[in-house]
Design a protein around this ligand. Structure first.
Ligand SMILES: Cc1cc2nc3c(=O)[nH]c(=O)nc-3n(C[C@H](O)[C@H](O)[C@H](O)COP(=O)(O)OP(=O)(O)OC[C@H]3O[C@@H](n4cnc5c(N)ncnc54)[C@H](O)[C@@H]3O)c2cc1C
Length: 508
């Protein structure tokens, strides 16, 4: 460790409020990336308050977080009752009785310079290609409850397997806590009652604890959950409420025993006033109903959830309230909000933990010194706002093209006018099935295609370039890919067997 030179503007004290997933991800990351500096990192959490206790499904970038920090993936899976995730299955979204998959990873390859999406769509519209899922190794494996890690050097789709994890949120925070504390993070279990703010600069100088202690710092990271103890209650960031775009505002969560095979995917089933998740862990299943309180009361939502569990409930149902949207600023002066303190989008595509990861990556790219340059904060705020907005648009696409009109909720969400950017995307797709991914955007073009197709939203015309390809050649390439995917999946073990064979994982 090197000490900062005398008079240096380097940060010496970083203070994190909150010990949920966001707090411990921040502590672990900073402990790793600031290890060669003499920065003291303190995390204050309150065991009396507890954490939100949900947030068990992730997306593939989490694997980079795990690798970069040098976390042991097998240990993590073992300690957190983890399972593998290849995507999300959506049931009853377009119409009751239909289902589709949004798998991770790439589907197909370009042919003579034409994107797979374009030529597949052309042949699908001509009535000759199968469902998009049939060409995806991840979707086909998930539907067969099979899994293997990518097989390096294998000249087949097996080398391209893209996955994420499901894990117990509480155990994941504990896993990261051990990592962070081992690397010198100082943990305080106490309630924060407020913060001292410098009257002249408006900067936070210290946390005040209920027991009378104070915790001074140079940089404060607010991971205190929905309330935003520092970013909102102390600094008044303000909140953009997006419920007019995504009206769900409550959830009820419960854990249950598992019946049936261990599926390597999240099941998201559309319901009368929202949707229900099912996340399989090794030892149990996480379930929840996300709903809009304008259309269903808490009791009915809880009853709906409890009556549709596949196994026995093993916890009491836990109600949660949220306001979809984001803080107007995520970084103000010497305070950065991460996790639920920064905003919330319903967990339909498991993006919240990812936004913590993105926030941390950006914070490290723009890591401040004690001068806290305004330009760095502006850059951070603009980039994260952009990410929130693009994810919001992607989530809205799960509702707007639906054909469901069996309940007031579905009639409302179908009729919501999309924000301009999403409207332009939908129109672009409607014309010739084209989708453009912008720089820094999380979801690739094929993710959008899977949702458009799942909602049976077809373009008016196929891409003219795809139409220029020889139809017999395209059909041959598609048939070849489909049978290759089928053969690869047949060679994969059952997800359950794969996990059981991992060293140190006890059979549940
Ligand atoms: C219904 C639902 C389902 C979700 N599903 C997913 C999912 O599948 N995938 C995903 O990526 N994300 C999901 N999320 C989001 C995910 O749960 C959160 O992003 C993640 O858990 C981070 O939460 P957090 O750490 O910001 O907040 P919390 O878990 O609420 O932690 C807040 C921390 O602050 C502490 N604290 C608060 N006040 C004080 C105080 N005064 N003094 C001291 N400490 C204090 C608490 O003790 C706690 O440690 C879901 C969220 C909800 C609501």
């Amino acid at each position: 460790m090197t000490s900062p030179p005398e008079g240096s503007a380097d940060l010496q004290n970083v203070v994190i409020v909150g010990g949920g997933t966001a707090g411990w991800m921040s502590a672990a990351s900073l402990a790793h990336f600031l290890k060669s500096r003499n920065t003291r990192i303190t995390l204050v959490e309150s065991s009396q308050i507890g954490t939100v206790g949900v947030g068990e499904a992730t997306i593939p970038p989490i694997m980079d977080f795990i690798r970069v920090l040098g976390l042991d993936e097998d240990q993590l899976i073992k300690r957190c009752n983890g399972t593998f995730k290849l995507g999300i299955k959506f049931k009853d979204w377009s119409e009751i009785g239909t289902s589709f998959f949004h798998p991770f990873g790439q589907t197909g390859q370009p042919l003579e310079g034409v994107d797979f999406s374009a030529y597949w769509l052309g042949r699908r519209m001509a009535g000759s290609a199968s469902r998009l899922e049939d060409y995806s190794l991840m979707a086909t494996a998930a539907e067969a409850d099979r899994f293997t890690r990518p097989i390096k050097g294998h000249n087949s789709p097996l080398s391209q397997i893209t996955y994420a994890l499901h894990f117990d949120a509480t155990l994941f925070a504990e896993f990261l806590r051990d990592y962070a504390v081992e690397r010198g993070v100082h943990r305080i279990d106490a309630k924060v009652s407020g913060a001292k703010v410098d009257g002249e600069t408006g900067f936070i100088t210290a946390l005040q604890l209920e027991d009378g202690r104070s915790v001074p710092g140079d940089l404060f990271i607010d991971c205190s959950g929905f309330r935003g103890l520092l970013i909102e209650e102390t600094l008044g960031a303000g909140y953009d409420d997006w419920r007019h775009w995504l009206p769900c505002d409550r959830a009820v969560a419960v854990q249950s025993t598992r019946n049936g095979p261990l599926s390597p995917y999240v099941l998201a089933t559309a319901r009368e006033a929202g949707w229900q998740w099912r996340i399989p862990l090794q030892n149990r299943v996480g379930n929840g109903y996300v709903y809009c309180s304008d259309y269903i009361d808490d009791e009915t939502a809880t009853r709906t959830l409890m009556s549709s569990l596949e196994g026995e409930a093993i916890t009491t149902p836990r109600p949660l309230r949220f306001t979809t949207g984001r803080r107007r600023k995520f970084w103000i002066k010497n305070c950065v909000a991460l996790g639920l303190a920064s905003g919330f989008l319903e967990p339909l595509e498991s993006t919240s933990i990812h936004l913590v990861q993105r926030g941390l990556a950006l914070l490290l790219k723009l890591f401040p010194d004690r001068n806290f340059a305004r330009a760095e904060q502006d850059q951070y705020n603009a980039m994260l706002a952009y990410e929130y907005e693009r994810i919001r648009d992607f989530l809205m696409l799960h509702y707007i093209p639906s054909k469901r009109d069996d309940s007031p909720f579905w009639r409302q969400v179908r009729s919501i006018a999309p924000p301009d950017h999403l409207d332009q995307r939908i129109e672009l797709f409607r014309s010739h099935g084209r989708i453009f991914r912008e720089e820094h955007e999380l979801f690739p073009a094929q993710s959008w295609l899977y949702i458009f197709m799942g909602q049976a939203f077809m373009p008016r015309h196929a891409d003219p370039l795809a139409g220029g390809l020889d139809a017999a050649v395209v059909d041959g390439a598609l048939d070849h890919l489909k049978s290759l995917v089928t053969r690869c999946v047949a060679s994969m073990p059952a997800h359950e067997d794969f996990i059981a064979a991992m060293p140190g994982v006890a059979a549940h």
